[in-house]
Design a protein around this ligand. Structure first.
Ligand code: ZN
Ligand code: ZN
Length: 132
């Protein structure tokens, strides 16, 4: 059993059963929705996901995409698409409490990946911020 929630804590959810499909999505739709260069998704059967508390805002995007987020703090949480992924609930997996223990297993939608995302290892790294 895994639990997760949004940044402000109003929305909490629970995932049961085996976690199988976990991937980093590089599609432009996910990027704009999150305001981030990629989004990690955990795909589960709808029956595995239970909303424990809070209310969700829903945004219906292109091609059947239905995205849900916390109306207070804006954290993106769930994606469903009855056309492409019937019966599946996609969870933005870094909202899980134990996300550090749950590594994604694949990159998907790489046809739309930002060109510099394949070169992240080449950038300098700082524990916090660069000095001066
Ligand atoms: Zn929130
Ligand atoms: Zn995507």
């Amino acid at each position: 059993m895994h639990q997760g929630g949004c940044q402000c804590g109003k929305v909490r959810y629970e995932v049961s059963g085996e976690l199988v499909h976990h991937a980093l999505c590089h599609c432009g739709d996910c990027r704009l929705s999150a305001g981030a260069p990629m989004v990690a998704w955990l795909a589960v059967q709808e029956s595995q996901l239970t909303l424990l508390s809070g209310e969700l805002s829903t945004y219906e995007g292109k091609n059947g995409a239905v995205r849900q987020f916390c109306p207070i703090c804006g954290t993106g949480l769930f994606y469903r698409n009855a056309v492409v992924l019937p019966g599946i609930a996609d969870i933005q997996s870094v909202t899980l409490d134990d996300t550090a223990q749950l590594a994604p297993a694949a990159h998907i939608q790489c046809a739309e990946r930002l060109p510099w995302m394949g070169k992240l290892d080449e950038m300098p790294e700082f524990e916090r911020f660069p000095e001066g």
